[in-house]
Write a protein that binds this ligand. Sequence first.
Ligand SMILES: [Zn+2]
Length: 231
Amino acid sequence: MLKLTPILLAVLYALAMYHFSAWRTRRELDARSTELADARIKALTDRMAQALDLPRIRVDIYEIAPVNGLAAPDGRIFLTRGFYDRYRAGEVTAEELASVIAHELGHVALGHTRRRMIDFSGQNALRTALAMVLARFLPGIGVFVANALSRVLSARLSRQDEYEADAYAAALLTKAGIGTGPQKKLFAKLERLAGARGGVVPAWLMSHPRTEDRVRAIEMLEARWQTVSTD
Ligand SMILES: [Zn+2]
């Protein structure tokens, strides 16, 4: 039992961190966001809501400049003011923004947001526990190995989440009659925007896998759906 105590403490610490960061995130988002009111985007989210059998899909604007979309741990969907400004300037279409909303909805529907918060705080606990175990077998370097392992593990988990959210979005956009065209076009567009701004990559791209890989994954899904529907 004594040997387990440090691990138990690490787990308790992770739980406390989880609650604290969830609370802090919610407070920050509440203070700096308002509901999106845009007729063209609403027409598209209504089509997606209908495809999902939901009364409506609420989207909020988060008042920060970076181009990003996010799903909060409580399930709310946010587009940043920076992203919305690109749409207002005609650089991004309503359909392309709908594809971001669909992607974030995927994170919510598949339970990623809650898990990611746990990942975030749980990483510390995992690292601590791993370091303690490894230190016994690899004195001196156990901590480094534990750090590297937990980093690789969480990076892999989040990459997988991104492909799953893309697949969810592709299915939803298809069902809603919007199609996957805007989803794929947006990736390239964001990269171009990044190039035009001296290599400043939009946040929404940075936290996600490589664009070519994402487009290829969506095309593979489409090929599969095609064979299913013509069978
Ligand atoms: Zn994502």
